[in-house]
Design a protein around this ligand. Structure first.
Ligand code: 5GP
Length: 144
């Protein structure tokens, strides 16, 4: 097996199967979104397709349309929920690019004028902050 094969025991596959907890804010038949546990800023969330692929490079392009529609939905909701000035969308492919979890995911990063991002995969956020931010984002997403 190639070292670039999909590992079904990666952390996001376990989250998708419900084997480890996450602060989910959105789910449909093909996509889940949850809070990043080591946020680079307030409201950092991840949009994750259920279909297995390591990243964008080996994914079935047929999933991209719906995935990006959900990215837009969560990005708009995050901008509202956290009263952000803008939203950055980030996505990494393989270690040289900064990827650390090998199941395709898209980062949703609310951005605030003059506030820099914290380091990637830096510090664990306090659980109560993750709960509160997930509630804020869920509430806006629920409005449709
Ligand atoms: P990547 O570097 O692969 O693009 O991003 C992986 C992201 O997943 C990082 O931002 C990191 O903070 C986040 N992360 C790593 N482990 C977990 C986890 O167990 N749960 C959640 N919700 N996020 C995680």
């Amino acid at each position: 097996m190639s070292s670039l094969a999909y590992d079904p025991n990666n952390i996001f596959a376990k989250i998708l199967r419900g084997e480890i907890p996450s602060h989910r804010v959105y789910e449909d038949e093909a996509v889940v979104a949850f809070m990043d546990v080591m946020p680079q800023g307030t409201g950092h969330a991840l949009v994750v397709p259920k279909a297995p692929s390591r990243n964008l490079l080996d994914a079935d392009p047929a999933i991209f349309g719906h995935l990006m529609a959900v990215v837009q939905k969560v990005a708009k909701a995050a901008k509202t929920a956290f009263e952000a000035d803008g939203v950055a969308i980030m996505q990494f492919n393989e270690p040289a690019s900064g990827q650390t979890v090998y199941h395709l995911h898209v980062h949703i990063l609310p951005r605030f004028q003059g506030i820099p991002l914290k380091p990637h995969s830096g510090q664990m956020e306090k659980p109560d902050v993750l709960v509160a931010n997930a509630e804020k984002l869920r509430a806006v997403l629920a409005r449709g």
